[in-house]
Design a protein around this ligand. Sequence first.
Ligand SMILES: [Zn+2]
Length: 84
Amino acid sequence: MAENAAYPCEEVQARLDDYLDQELAPEETRRMLEHLDTCADCAALCRRAYEELAEMRARMQDFQVPAALQEDILRTLAESLPNE
Ligand SMILES: [Zn+2]
């Protein structure tokens, strides 16, 4: 049996999310990389999934409270506390 047969495209694509989340065992990661090295289809899929992930993470950062607003909230909170 060829070594690549143990890790066909379906396996790679099924584990793509885990791979991008870095949740695969080192051995599986190695096999993924070997497959992606030799399979243009999976490499393109992986690249697209990675870009989507990166875009999603960038968008999630936009949802963080802006620093100026955070200062406002902290000041309001501080003013609402009774002074000793
Ligand atoms: Zn493949």
